[in-house]
Design a protein around this ligand. Structure first.
Ligand SMILES: Cc1ncc(COP(=O)(O)O)c(C=O)c1O
Length: 473
């Protein structure tokens, strides 16, 4: 964005649980990309070759793309195919992941396009925080210009190297050497599967009574780590809720476990009887020593990184059983969420089930699952180049606009609702009606349920509780 790049976007699917799905294979078709280039008002040379395609591989919830299919479609059409593998550095060390990651031993080169993979060694391997790495695979007819690469790299990094971070990359690499690395990845997958089986067993024991579900394929074998085929996202299967899937194009990484709480089905319909918003479960878990990675409306996410053993995930299963017990007894919050109540005394005498019901009814009334899905899939209209809009902010040529007056205005900042923590608008795009309705919902919800605020990066709150976004003047 800072270099003046003009982005066009490939549109992902999203199910009504709020899980961002894969970008359909048809979006990668060169004709489809060309149409987007033709429609973008800021691209003057419609024949210019795109510089880079950046794909999040895997998505936050663990959805992976078949990289060989993407290479086949776009080799030579785009200079560089960049796979953001922040959450996937483990994949190269186990055959389970096959072609569903970017660079590995014996993987064929493109003829013309360079392949880049950026990986957060600190997220799934043993690197210290900030220990990220860039992998590059030359094409048959194209080599990395190391001097230019170095120039660009040095522009964006500190001049003071942190040797402990660099050393931690070496440690991570040594840990992953054959055969130890493969065994460690295999263990993570095995633990993740055992956790999924344990959750299903508890579900069976409860019979018709409610329990949490782990998002994933319906059929799981009795033991072992399963074949890759079991984790493919197949067209028409209801568990994932995504449309427009192509055969063999996507799989789910089993080590990413999204836990679904009761109250919302995959079509976006809220249950009439009861609902348990995930934000309450994750607060409860935090007070029981379990910190979750990400929290959605009725889902939250945990990861089986190397070193997560049965002892650890058992703590989670036990805490969830304890939650169920406290929920069913409608225990007062002072008893079950003492730290939270200390900060938010207004909830002291509220029962756990009553609070869930209150928040569930507000979500239901506002049809929030569909609202957020529609908002993410709505047409984003670029009104300025992102670099120009961002420069307006840098030069303070902006105006702080109240949420009620945002429709039609151009944002100078990134707007990122959390969950799911994915930018909704980038600088230079215009606010539409759906996005404005969502922001009004956020304002009302935050006022009604302090302590459970929906965080939206880019939204500025003043001391009177009014919300604004910095827009181009
Ligand atoms: C998809 C994705 N890419 C990149 C990053 C940033 O990675 P790093 O912390 O290695 O800079 C994140 C961080 O969470 C991420 O989720």
């Amino acid at each position: 964005m800072m270099t003046g790049a003009i982005p066009i976007f490939l549109m992902p699917t999203r199910n009504n649980f709020g899980i961002i799905g894969p970008i359909p294979k048809s979006e990668f078709a060169w004709e489809s990309i060309q149409k987007k280039i033709a429609a973008n008002p800021f691209i003057t040379d419609k024949t210019a070759k795109p510089r880079v395609l950046t794909i999040t591989q895997s998505t936050y919830d663990g959805i992976l793309y078949n990289v060989e299919d993407i290479k086949e479609e776009l080799d030579g059409k785009i200079d560089t195919l960049h796979f953001d593998e922040a959450w996937l550095p483990h994949a190269a060390f186990h055959d389970f992941y096959g072609d569903y990651h970017a660079i590995g031993a014996d993987r064929p080169r493109c003829k013309e396009s360079m392949i880049f993979a950026t990986q957060s060694t600190h997220k799934l391997l043993a690197g210290l925080s900030q220990a990220s790495q860039i992998l590059v695979q030359d094409a048959e007819n194209q080599k990395l210009d190391r001097d230019i690469f170095n120039e660009a790299y040095l522009m964006h990094t500190s001049t003071s190297p942190q040797y402990s971070i660099i050393a931690s990359c070496d440690v991570a690499a040594a840990m992953m050497e054959e055969p130890g690395g493969t065994a460690l990845v295999e263990e993570s997958i095995a633990e993740a599967l055992d956790f999924r089986r344990a959750m299903r067993k508890v579900d069976e024991e409860w019979g018709v009574d409610w329990w949490f579900k782990v998002w994933g394929p319906d059929d799981l074998s009795e033991e072992g780590i399963e074949e890759r085929d079991a984790w493919m996202l197949k067209p028409g299967e209801r568990w994932h809720g995504f449309n427009n899937l192509a055969d063999g194009f996507n799989m789910l990484d089993p080590i990413k476990a999204t836990i679904i709480t009761p109250g919302l089905d995959v079509d976006g319909d809220f249950a009439n009887e009861f609902g348990i918003p995930a934000a309450i479960v994750t607060k409860y878990l935090a007070e029981h020593g379990v910190i979750v990675e990400k929290c959605g409306l009725y889902s939250f996410f945990i990861m089986f990184t190397i070193g997560i053993t049965k002892g650890r995930w058992n703590t989670l299963v036990t805490a969830l059983q304890q939650f169920k017990d406290d929920y069913d007894k409608n225990q007062p919050l002072w008893k079950v969420l003492p730290e939270f109540v200390q900060k938010n005394p207004r909830y002291e005498r509220v029962g756990l089930r009553d609070l869930c019901t209150q928040i569930h009814s507000v979500y239901k009334q506002n049809d929030v699952a569909r609202l957020t899905t529609e908002m993410y899939l709505s047409d984003m209209v670029p009104a300025m180049r992102p670099a120009d809009a961002f420069a307006k902010m840098a030069h303070r040529e902006i105006e702080r606009v109240a949420v009620d007056n945002l429709e039609g205005r151009i944002t100078a900042v990134l707007l990122t609702p959390y969950p799911p923590g994915i930018p909704l608008l980038i600088p230079g795009e215009r606010f539409n009606t759906t996005i404005c309705s969502y922001l009004k919902f956020v304002r009302e919800f935050n006022a009604a349920f302090p302590g459970f605020e929906t965080d939206t990066h880019g939204l500025v709150k003043d001391s009177e509780g009014r919300y604004y976004v910095d827009c181009v003047r």
